[in-house]
Design a binder for this molecule. Sequence first.
Ligand code: HEM
Length: 234
Amino acid sequence: MTDMQTTVTSQGSGNARPAKAASAARPAARKGERWIAPAKIAVFIAAWYPLARIVLFGLTDRLGANPIEFITRSTGLWTLVFLCITLAVTPLRRLTGVNALLRFRRMLGLYAFFYATLHFTTYIWFDKWFDVAAMLKDVGKRPFITVGFAAFLLLIPLAATSPRAMARKLGRHWQQLHRAIYAIAGLAILHFWWMKAGKHDLILPKIYGAIVIALLGWRLLVWVRGRFFERQRL
Ligand code: HEM
């Protein structure tokens, strides 16, 4: 039976069996999706852990000799972690076949933005006290800050257009805009790498760099394969 036929019969003309089958399948699908709501709540709560840890350490005097540095580094690292998890959603969905994973992507991306905002605020407020001259001097001395700033600026339109209504309104432009996540991930690694290179401690930047390369490389492979098969088909 063709799709067209299924549509016609499911709308009630003649044989009503396909329509019945579809409505019977719907509750089954919903049953299989029951784990999503609790899992979303669990992810929502777990994502507060980095901030809760900072607050707890602050209250118990465990932020070390330089609390501002501790907070800047912690929020910076967690921004990167959430960026990587957000980028991992699509490959994981493809590899596992669990399409519902896509429903977590927006929340994870927004947490990346949340921690980036905390990271940026800690820097401009508690580190530089909104002293623009001091910030410009810092940028000249430590160019990794410019790179981090570029990554943060690119994140803003993605967060602003994350509501579903915006995605609907922007249509295919939404997808194009959200491809900026790849540039953001690249800039974040450069920011991290540059910062740590000055300290001759590149272990973590190498690990995160490898993760980002793997996640972006996978997308590139899928895209190249898609183009190849499309050409073959044509
Ligand atoms: C998407 C945006 C960003 C990401 C993913 C990010 C990530 C990171 C990471 C991973 C670190 C190192 C943490 C560690 O040592 O373990 C870091 C440090 C830092 N970042 Fe960012 N960052 C971003 C944006 C920014 C922005 C906008 C600024 C300021 C304008 C900034 C300023 C700093 C500073 C000052 C440090 C610490 C340097 C030090 O302790 O010597 N970052 N960031």
